[in-house]
Design a protein around this ligand. Structure first.
Ligand SMILES: [Zn+2]
Ligand SMILES: [Zn+2]
Length: 141
């Protein structure tokens, strides 16, 4: 397991993130861009040693997930899958919270068909449309 420390902008919340792979994704969906102004850069991780839990505010942003943020500074913390199925409980933490992120590699861009024309990420990685993402997430087992 890889580990990285992270905290929100005002430091009220801090934690240790544990993750299997040094990979992150970028989500260009309308909701993520409304949430944080740009694409949501995030990685699947488990949060441990969480301090300042009382500042974590989360809400159900859709039928299948919740989003959490610091109730003091407003920093976006994570996106967590709440829908039943194989993805339930997976938490995608905001990559910008981590102190150590230099080794992380962009693995995929999702909701690429909702990305504004005005910018692009460099490099070669998987790009999935909304339809492709939904198909992957609705696979039942
Ligand atoms: Zn904060
Ligand atoms: Zn999104």
């Amino acid at each position: 397991m890889n580990k990285a420390h992270g905290q929100c902008l005002c430091n009220a919340i801090s934690f240790t993130a544990e993750y299997k792979e040094e990979k992150f994704s970028a989500c260009h969906c309308d909701m993520c861009r409304k949430w944080g102004s740009g694409p949501y850069l995030a990685m699947a991780a488990t949060l441990n040693d969480v301090k300042g839990k009382e500042h974590i505010k989360s809400y159900k942003s859709s039928e299948w997930a919740e989003r959490a943020f610091c109730n003091n500074c407003g920093t976006n913390l994570y996106y967590k899958v709440t829908a039943e199925g194989q993805h339930k409980g997976i938490t995608y933490i905001s990559m910008g919270l981590l102190d150590e992120s230099a080794d992380l590699v962009m693995e995929r861009e999702i909701f690429i068909d909702q990305k504004p024309e005005g910018y692009n990420f460099a490099g070669d990685h998987i790009k999935q449309t909304a339809e492709e993402v939904m198909a992957e997430f609705s696979t039942e087992d």
